[in-house]
Write a protein that binds this ligand. Sequence first.
Ligand code: GN1
Ligand code: MG
Length: 372
Amino acid sequence: MTQNSTIQVVENLLTIADQFTLQGQVSSVTAFGSGNINDTFLVTLDGARESQFVLQRINTQVFRQPQLIMRNMRIFSDHVYQRLQQTPLNRRWEVPRVLSTKDCQDYYIYTDGAFWRAISFIQGAESFDTMQNIAYAKEIGYALGMFHNLISDLPPEKLADTLPGFHITPDYLQHYQEVLARANPQVSPEVNYCLQFVSDRLSFAHILENAKAAGKLPLRLMHGDPKINNVMFDIQTQKAVSVIDLDTVKPGLIHYDIGDCLRSGCNPVGEETNQWDSVYFDTDLCQGILQGYVTVAKEFLTDNDYAYMYDGIRLITFELGLRFFTDYLAGNVYFKVKYPEHNLARAIVQFKLIESIESQANQIHQIIQDMK
Ligand code: GN1
Ligand code: MG
């Protein structure tokens, strides 16, 4: 990028941030977080009661109807607000708010057609890319359980499908096969490992969708992306206070969420490591997360929910590895990358995690059994 175009981008960001600034003046806009899809910025204001907010450019190649996200967020947060008014919690819990523009809109379309929106910042809170310890694991589980609990009485059909096909593993598999048929990947031990890994698990990809079709698992509302860095912790108390990133809150299976929370929370080296031999699934953290989850989710979990939990963990890990590998084969068109083999490296992390999950299947089943 030339110096002039950098200055242009900064000026644009200030203009865009200003659209959502109803009080005070924008003092800075800085890149924020580590999202793989949208572009996220933290806006700091001078002279406003709330001195910061989160500004995001939605990736409209991925989210084709971003207006639906904003509509879902309004319905979701109104519902949760009412629930918390009726039955207040005895601890801090916050829901990110949609901020309106000066024209009272939920989003702002810039002159280049980009879709921007702003969300309140959870003050005095932080998130982590890797699990800190068992106490955090329990809090992460609690946070996901609370999230599910607060929407367990909101009918799934009230929210739109913001991302059709999201977490439908057989669809990702079909896409993989189409991409593979066209791709001409450079042969390497890493690529061969992934090709073999996927081809050994083809029938497994259908397990949750089959259970849904057979009526064993009901359609509910889910978060869609409850990886651990989407849980905010109060800096003072070190307690979970919010689940953020609400773009994929939509009808689905809670097993996708439980699986995503555990695959991200029980991998102590995190999903961005290149040290593949150090990747493993920590069953103590798994037990901690599930304990925290079940304390708030017990009342709506059925026997079948427990019966499919292990498969959910294994499947979502497989699905994410498959999505990363497919994107590598397709030329990195979906997830942002820092170097050409980034998605291949990410895929291997998830596949190594599955090897560890599979080798501890009995223990994980036992942990789940003991939760009932
Ligand atoms: C993407 O952009 P981010 O980091 O919130 C992806 C998730 C993956 C995650 C892996 C809409 O989420 O499904 O689990 O990367 N989101 C979408 O880090 O595809
Ligand atoms: Mg996300």
